[in-house]
Structure formats: C-alpha cells, structure tokens
Design a protein. Structure first.
Length: 268
C-alpha cells in the first residue's frame, strides 16, 4: 500500500488535486485555558491522528493526506513541497488553485499571507510572485456577507456583480486588474488589498479576517512563432521584463487561453 506522496508518485498514482494539512501551535488563549494538543502526525506516512481527550482508551482517529505539516514546519517547506510545482505549472500554461480551508483561527491567513519575519514564514501569495517569471496582472476580491467587493478598486465598498460568460465562465464584472512589472510592485498590490479586507475579532481569533478573499494572477505566456512575439511586444510594450522573455526565446501569447492562478484564502 503506497503511503507517502513520493511512493504514490513513483508508481504513477498522482492526482491533480492535492490535499495537505497544517497544524499550528497552541495560541496564548489555548495555553491559558490549559488546552492539550490532541493531534499528532506521522509526517513520513503523511498521516494525522486525533485522539478524543475524554476517551483515552479508544484508538485515535486516523487520516491520510498528500502532505502533513506539524507545528514546527514552516510555510517555506510547505510551499517548496506542494505549491511551487503548481506555480511552475501556471507558467507552462496550466490553471491552478490553492485553497485554504479551516475554522476561524486555524491559520489560513498565516499560511496564505504570512508574516515577513521570520522569512521562512512568508506566505504562499507573496512567495508565488518571486517564482512567477511572466506575471502580468493581478486582481484581489473579497466575499463578505455574500457580497463581492474589489479590494484593489477605486471604491472598495462598492458591491460587484457575478456574471457568467459562455467562454470565460464565471467572472466578476468591473473587477479591477493591476499590471505589475516586478515582484516589489506585486507585493505592494497584495499589501494594499490586504489592508482593505473586512476584519474583526471572533471568539477564537482576535485577528479574524471575517471574509473570503481571492487573489488572482493573470498570466499571458508561452506560444511559438515569431509573429506572435512581435505582436506581444507591442501589446506589452510597457513591460520591461518582456524583452528578456523574448531574449530567452520564450514566447508570449496574446490571443487565446490565459492561464490563471487563484489563491483562495478563506472558507469556513
Ligand atoms: N503555523 C503557525 N505558527 C505560528 N502561529 C500561527 C500559525 N498558524 C496560525 N498562527 C497564528 O494563529 C492566529 C490565527 O491565525 P489566522 O489569523 O491565520 O487564522 P485564520 O484561519 O485566517 O482565521 P479567520 O478565519 O478567523 O480569519 C494568528 O495570530 C497567527 O499568527
């Protein structure tokens, strides 16, 4: 029976969806309450065990994931082992989604947005900007009380409409797109959107974001043929990094499928 993700990958049992679990350390509130950690992990086998404090004789409940990250693991480790391949896939033309799910205070924002210090705990979203060579435009929206708002729009209070297009699928009308020329610019856009989120405390998390948010990177990349490259150069003439793509013999596609990278940072 294959157990680790490496073993499964060796025999070709690779799924397009990967599910990993992350356990955070006890917080001050939990320590003050004298709470006990009831979760343990066998990270080699990607297994997680939960014991019921009131029934110590019962065997713990056991779950297997594609990856298990315990309290001493960093976002950097998780990103390198799981998220990086997905971000690389986007630069090859595949769409990708990273979706953080968990109850309030479980660490979704910590994993997705992260903290700047220590550097190993920088979040998944800022990290992807470093790995994305062809990054072009970013958007950031929030779903709060079933209303969609543009975290980067000129009026962040305005409610936006959800629409469906026969080819593009579901989209948010009038959602603003922000061209980013460098990692630094992308980080500034992320920070701006982050500050505009609806926040408030919950009983379990004093910094709760109280909303669902979706950060999307829109890339236009990779095709062949010189004509398209010239067209692309005109189209993106304001992007200084485009020339380096052309110099590297990488071609930018102007028309056709635009790969997206989605980062969902809330669902409870
Ligand atoms: N792996 C971790 N290591 C250290 N601290 C963590 C970790 N994960 C979360 N925390 C801390 O736990 C607290 C709650 O985390 P966070 O705000 O990310 O939760 P959340 O799931 O986004 O909650 P909400 O749904 O309420 O917005 C924060 O103070 C965060 O810094």
């Amino acid at each position: 029976e294959p157990t680790s993700s490496q073993e499964r990958s060796d025999i070709g049992l690779v799924e397009s969806v990967k599910v990993v679990v992350r356990c955070r350390p006890l917080n001050e509130r939990e320590k003050d309450l004298g709470s006990r950690v009831v979760l343990s992990m066998d990270v080699q086998r990607c297994q997680c065990f939960i014991e019921k404090p009131s029934a110590v004789d019962e065997p713990p409940k056991q779950f297997t994931f594609d990856g298990t990250y315990f309290t001493d693991h960093t976002t950097e480790e998780m990103y390198n082992e799981i998220a990086y391949a997905l971000v690389e896939g986007v630069t090859e033309g595949y769409n990708g989604t990273i979706f953080a799910y968990g109850q309030t205070g479980s660490g979704k924002s910590f994993t997705m947005q992260g903290v700047s210090e220590p550097a190993s705990q920088r979040g998944v979203i800022p990290r992807c900007a470093e790995n994305t060579k062809f990054l072009v435009r970013a958007s950031y929206l929030e779903i709060y009380n079933e209303e969609v708002r543009d975290l980067l729009g000129s009026d962040t209070k305005q409610r936006l409409e959800l629409k469906e297009h026969p080819e593009r699928g579901v989209y948010v009308r009038d959602l603003s797109m922000h061209t980013v020329h460098s990692v630094g610019e992308c980080e500034r856009v992320i920070e701006q959107g982050w500050r505009n989120r609806a926040v408030g405390y919950t009983l379990m998390n004093k910094d709760s974001s109280r909303s669902h948010s979706i950060f999307t990177i829109h890339l236009e990349i990779c095709s062949t043929g010189e004509k398209r490259v010239r067209g692309a150069v005109r189209h993106f003439s304001n992007l200084t990094f485009l020339q380096s793509l052309v110099n590297d013999n990488l071609y930018v596609k102007v028309n056709g499928v635009v790969p997206h990278m989605y980062f969902f940072s809330k669902c409870q």
